[in-house]
Design a protein around this ligand. Structure first.
Ligand code: NIG
Ligand code: FE
Length: 424
């Protein structure tokens, strides 16, 4: 049955060309006041001024839902490490006592300290835990998220993580796109030999993940003490040859060359970008690589430096925003918090931040042709917020104003705000 979401005070459609938005186009929200959205069979059939949408032939018989407030395309969180067995509270205590990322790693914390519990956790428990976490994302208006492996760092446990993502996706309406991040760090059994470990990943893990269709994307952490730009480029090229789409963690802690290596390998996005210079930005522009910024992790790490969003946007590189939800550097699933940090610490405008969290997030997942905008033919993924003006979503912080979330035309979260009118 068709559903008509009506009475919307402000609808941001992000209607426009089917491409990631760059430069001034990031500020075009497609705002409609007193709006309605008509959905049928999981897709949007009409969206725009209430009066016009109500005249659509399907609108008469549609179930009417008084939605109110601000409506956006559901958030597309294009970068998460949402599969992990345990929080890293020891790291947290060390950090509050003044230790840096590198000092925590040297003391046995960091990424590698997550692998023990992940290796021990049965796949079913892992999937159950992820499905429960998915609820938290849905409550904040996220309708799609990318999920990385990367805390197993062995054939069995990396594949277990990816299989758990698949299994969890059957238990929740949240759409999840899996990424193989076996190149997240060097596990202890390889004794710091990143070349030997990457050979193992390339020979053993990559082909298996591909043949079992367990991942859409491949990712690597390019940073001093992890993997070099040369390794990054060669690994991503090989993964692309096998059919995975490359992504890269780059320029997070230093300017090291990962962004250029990723761009040279055709990366769909280069993520973090805290320490990018002009030549890295130019490489992204030339390769059509999206800059996925994760400023909630900078906030959590207490860093003074944030990604240079203005420089990146002004250079014409599309910017996406994501949570980076993970146990070490960003235990936050709320995209509304990311909007706040992007505006207050990266000088992004509310319009740019909202574009980056929706339509450009969808393009960072190669899914912008069906997600991230409220246009006929797109998936009916919507988030409704208790606000009179969309800028409030970037202005209030710390909580989520999301009241209702809709995935493929179905209400999947409702904080008791909806009034279903039924047939009229
Ligand atoms: O995006 N930098 C690498 N990966 C994560 C950190 C993951 C962790 O610390 O567990 C990130 O910040
Ligand atoms: Fe990350």
């Amino acid at each position: 049955m068709a559903v008509l979401f009506t009475g919307i005070d402000q609808l941001l459609t992000f209607a426009g060309e089917k491409a990631a938005r760059a430069g001034a186009a990031m500020r075009e929200t497609g705002l409609v006041e007193d709006a309605a959205v008509l959905a049928d069979k999981g897709l949007i059939v009409a969206a725009g001024p209430r009066a016009a949408v109500s005249r659509h032939p399907l609108a008469k018989k549609a179930k009417k839902v008084e939605a109110r407030g601000v409506c956006l395309p559901g958030f597309v969180d294009s970068h998460t490490h949402a599969v992990f067995a345990e929080p890293r509270l020891k790291d947290f205590s060390m950090r509050t006592a003044g230790a840096t990322y590198q000092e925590i790693k040297a003391a046995g914390g960091g990424i590698i300290s997550s692998i023990g519990a992940v290796r021990r956790q049965p796949q079913a428990a892992m999937a159950e835990q992820l499905a429960r976490r998915a609820e938290l994302f849905l409550r904040c208006g996220t309708t799609t998220m990318e999920v990385k492996s990367g805390y197993g760092l062995s054939l069995d446990s990396e594949l277990k993580m990816l299989r758990a993502v698949k299994a969890a996706a059957r238990k929740t309406p949240l759409e999840m796109t899996p990424t193989l991040l076996a190149a997240h760090g060097v596990p202890p059994e390889f004794d710091g030999d990143s070349r030997k470990y990457l050979d193992y990943v390339t020979r053993e893990i990559l082909p298996k993940a591909v043949s079992e269709k367990l991942a859409v994307f491949v990712d690597i952490f390019c940073e001093k003490g992890y993997f070099t730009p040369e390794q990054t480029r060669a690994y991503l090229k090989e993964a692309a040859r096998l059919g995975l789409k490359p992504k890269v963690h780059s320029e997070q802690l230093s300017n090291y060359g990962g962004t250029r290596a990723g761009a040279a390998a055709g990366a769909i996005s280069a993520d973090h970008a805290d320490h990018v210079f002009a030549e890295d930005i130019a490489a992204m522009r030339e390769a059509g690589t999206i800059a996925a910024l994760l400023p909630a992790s900078n906030y959590y790490l207490g860093l003074a430096k944030y990604p240079p969003a203005r420089e990146i946007i002004e250079a014409g590189v599309p910017v996406a925003l994501a949570t980076d939800f993970n146990p070490g550097t960003c235990p936050c699933w709320n995209m509304q918090f990311v909007l706040s940090v992007a505006c207050t610490h990266c000088a992004m405008t509310p319009e740019e931040a909202l574009c980056a969290a929706t339509v450009n997030g969808a393009w960072a997942l190669g899914a912008g042709d069906r997600l991230g905008a409220v246009m006929p033919g797109m998936s009916a993924d919507l988030a409704f917020f208790e606000a009179a003006d969309y800028r409030e979503l970037c202005y209030y912080f710390g909580d989520s104003q999301c009241r209702v979330t809709v995935k493929r035309g179905e209400v999947v979260f409702d904080r008791g705000q909806l009034k279903a009118g039924g047939k009229k």
